[in-house]
Design a protein around this ligand. Sequence first.
Ligand SMILES: [Zn+2]
Length: 436
Amino acid sequence: MKKMNRRGASVLVLALLIVVGLFTYLHRFLDSGERWASYFSRLNSLSEGTVTDRNGVFLAGFTANDNRFNEDRATRIANYHVTGDFWDRTGTGILTNFSSQLHGYNPITGMTQTKRISMKLNVDSVLDQKAYAALADRKGCVGVVNYRTGELICMVSSPAIDPVESDPVAPEGVYINRLISASFVPGSIFKLVTAAAAIECVPTIWQKSFFCEAKDEIAGVEITCPFAHYTQDFKGALANSCNIAFAKIAVSVGQQNMVDHVRAYGFLDSHSLSGIPTAAGTYPLEFVGDPETGWSGIGQSTDLICPYSMLRYVAAIANDGILCEPKLIDDGQPAEKSVLVNPDTARTMQDLMRNNVIVTYGDNRFPGLTVCGKTGTAEVGDGTDHAWFTGFLQDEAHPYAFIVFVENGGGGLSVATPIANTVLQAAVRRGTDMEY
Ligand SMILES: [Zn+2]
């Protein structure tokens, strides 16, 4: 009986300790919860951090007791995936990835210096607004990079939220930066990869002729094309975006050569955008046989690419094969340079991509611009298509490479090219006289 009492007492003491602990925890949480929610305040910084765009427009910042954003709601929303917020809700934001630097925090000493720190970005926040408006609340993204310098002048992902709102109406996937943090079925923009591989691996590619009656077979498996393109050469097949021609071209290249090129062009890797990791893509690496190699060569099969990886690739093509690694932050240093594409192949790809616009899409879609590009309409498998358009301007004063993606958006030509035109027209006017 005595034993039982003692045990009863210990249980009571234990329960009391738990309750006291719980109250202590709750008290501390209520007392400092707001500070826990903000990494900036958590560091108890006395610094002032400021993030501006390339033209010095204030985007976000903080003082010892205040977090601030640009006063204009449209600016805040369009630049949401660039800045992020003070709750770390989107992983790619500057505020999340560079909070320590903005606070003058020294990771070695563990000390925070009290000073004013400003971070200048390469993005043009007004151009981001133009791109966000052009996406018109559809899921998608736009990226524009100066291929001669690596400056990333536009990075937009839609939909976005207003970063000042603590409890926003958040559409599904709103916190994903679709330009750098996700991979999608590429469809026909992937023919840019297959074409480059063919130029290097199939010496007879320029003499070959491809016949398309909208339906064909590879090793007994049916392959289809939306149109009957009849007889076409390599250049014509890319301009027509002929599935049957490009499935056969991929088979001629061979799966291993395709894999080697996909890997060499960086599509399977995660890259560092000023220190922010980007999403890797996928491509069939195990042996899949000719029919699947054919489908993978036209951007279907199990192909998935991060839009950012395609932007790097077309930027390198535009710059004669030399990639100026894109930079989100202007740190005063020149971009790292590397040979991503064989220079001869890159120049040939430039001609092919220019030809696509001249003979298929029409220069009249891009008044006053000299666009080289490739559209894509990727079958997702649920009956919808992703709309893509990627390429670059042949314009020494405005050397911009771009990618436009609209998730489940429909046709690349009808949906993605008008967005690209809107953004590029704005970028060119912006670069000339700073007015729209
Ligand atoms: Zn065809």
